[in-house]
Design a protein around this ligand. Sequence first.
Ligand SMILES: [Zn+2]
Length: 485
Amino acid sequence: MNYQNHKLIKTAFLAFTILVVTGCNFSNSNSSSSGTSGSPTIVGDSVTLPKTDPMDPSRLHNWVKELTNFQPRWAGYPEELKATKWLAQRLSNAGLKTKIEPYKFRQWDLSSWEVNLIDSGQSEPIKSFPIWSSRGGAGSAELVDVGFGTELELLTKNISGKAVVVSGRALLNVFATYPETYHRAAELGAVAMFVTSDAPDNLIRPTSSGQNLLDDNPIPAFQLGAQDLAKLRESSRRGGTVSWKLDAKHIDGTTHDVVAHLPGSGQLKGTILICAHYDAWFSGALDNATGVSGLIGLAEYFAQLPLEKRPRDMIFLGVTGHDAGYPHGGVNNWVTKNKESIGDIELFMNLDHLAAHGTEHVTGTGIIDMLGIVLERPLDEERALFTTKHPALIRTFMPFVLKYTPLTLPLPTVPEITANGDLEGIMGKLGVPSVNLTMATPHYHTEEDTADRIPAKQLSRSVMAHRDFLNKILFMSREQIRSPI
Ligand SMILES: [Zn+2]
């Protein structure tokens, strides 16, 4: 989400496009599942739950549908709290000892906002979404187009007292091209920023910046759809102005980790930590109801296994504040509270963005034409397997990745390059072997990241790849997992 090394990601992108796939196996057979168990507990407005096989596609998809009913899942907000209780109940129903752990954090309390373009004496309301945690306030200013918002572009224009317009892109739909622009533009005197993030159909894609200074963020800033941003750029050439009102402030808030323990037989030391963030910008189906669905499916599966097949302890962890709150949420709280246990973790698995139809957003020349053409491709969306530099992780995961989710490129880059500095990024820095098999579609982070875009069978295949990998890792020694060769 925030991100520095564009060159490496461009390389990764090229590698995606030339990836040759052979021997695809789209079997949905459940090679090592333990099958069915007792009847499910039906909670809330669930009507009928599909089969009790934890890997059943419709059962997994049902978790996505249920979680996406709570929206927006912003850290500290009411719908997020409903999601907390919902997730805790699911993990508890699976037979895990589950706790909801509240903690205080600096919450951004967003009340209302509006943006108007004023051109040739006319005022036109523009749909927008504030950049999370940016400074509240109202004002109006002349528009200045600063292209991609690079240092050179900011320096060549007089932006003091002006509202800057930034044509952002999102490499692989994730990595924003403007990580420094907000603070730098403010330093150079800009009074507001308007930016787009490459989503199709004039959709707004909120993103987070790694440099979120919370109360000290300097100016109001807004995300716009690509076509609306183009209007602002055009207007800037005619001396157009923009007005804004952002009623928002930071307050002391409370959010929650959901922590579920599944003790193993004790035959092997150490713990496997499996995590999914359950907050979201809007309905958040791909991001990250699919990961949460995987968390529940895996918890159900491993809880049903006989103890001798679980030689070590497992923890299933749900966290918030990854999207709305980056980089202060994610596993930050859990890591702070469990410092003494970090050395016991044998593997950190982040479940994030597990399944989506393959789609391509065609944006033409790279200039901001943003035609909004989204083509659906056969097969899966491409995935990347991010890991720490522990060769055994890729070696052990890849056979299952190729079996279940073949369009995947391995990237042993954590923590240097990861979209999730507050998840596997932190764990990687702490020396914990970490994996994240992930993807992002053109609708990622937008209001159209909805449950109907998630293919149930593909979701099931993705969860099975994680399950089979975990079944291997559970029996590997610390030395085998961390072996340099
Ligand atoms: Zn995510």
